[in-house]
Design a protein around this ligand. Sequence first.
Ligand SMILES: [Zn+2]
Length: 332
Amino acid sequence: MPKSHPVGGRNPRGARRWSVAPATAVVVTLATAVVTSACTVGLTGAAGVDDRPRFAGREAGDRVVVATTFTILADMARRVGGDRVRVESVTTPGADVHQYEPSVDDLKRVEGADLVVSNGLGMDDWLLRFIDGTDARHVVTSEGVDPLPVRSGNYTGRPNPHAWMSPDEGTRYIRTIARALAEVDPDGSGQYLARSEDYVAELDDLASRARAAVAEVPEERRVLVTCEGAFSYLARDLGLEELYLWPVNSESQGLPRQVTALIDEVRDREIPAVFCESTVSGAAMEQVAAETGSRVAGLLYVDSLSAPSGPVPTYLDLLDHDLEIITRELTS
Ligand SMILES: [Zn+2]
């Protein structure tokens, strides 16, 4: 039985489908691969994590142990690494990765990592104090991304960290992970390259269908309203305008002035559908909908995958799920 999927999912042959049929072929420019300088660091003695050198301990044939800061990067690493890797995420499904405080159990789960994968752009810097000065390799997946700025609030002008929500930037993440794995495990480099290029092709296909679906949305309706301003890169890629309640989850969330400002905008522009995300409270957005006659049209995923049995167990599922809901609801 295919897994349940609340909106869309896959057809019986496994192809992803969209509520709006692709109308035009779209050429997607792949992000140029950027060589990331993987610095040599490792998990250290904080919170009971031992500080033995990692590379010395890994013998030929051992699986590469990869630690990631959040579930989306873990899925990417699993997909690229296949059965040559064992991947653990510090944060688990549903966690808010912004300003996370790892527990002793979180750190034990990623103990002995050969490769540490983080997002960067200020989102998961909480990891750095646990790896600084040790000798697992560390790769930052957003290296080479031209960051979009946070547009309001206390973090105005700082990089918006949610670059993975852009399929184009996601391509960069995937290739960066493949390159880092090949450095740690040169015997697997051919497999990592092949797997990453298959993965990129799927992502490319998804992005093409997303652009075609957005092309079917009336121009005046191409406005994406969410709780966190986490969709800036996706909105840029797809030609959507982005509105939000708060700019980034580390800010105060759902303040009266945030709600009031968004109510005015949604009402004035008669925006029919608004959205909120899985890792935050939707109460403030419910208020926006109630005051404006708009509707909360669905739960989007951005900072975390769902549990394996949930609607978005993988990165591709996450993008597929969000894009299908967004394009369907803005069109109807
Ligand atoms: Zn976020």
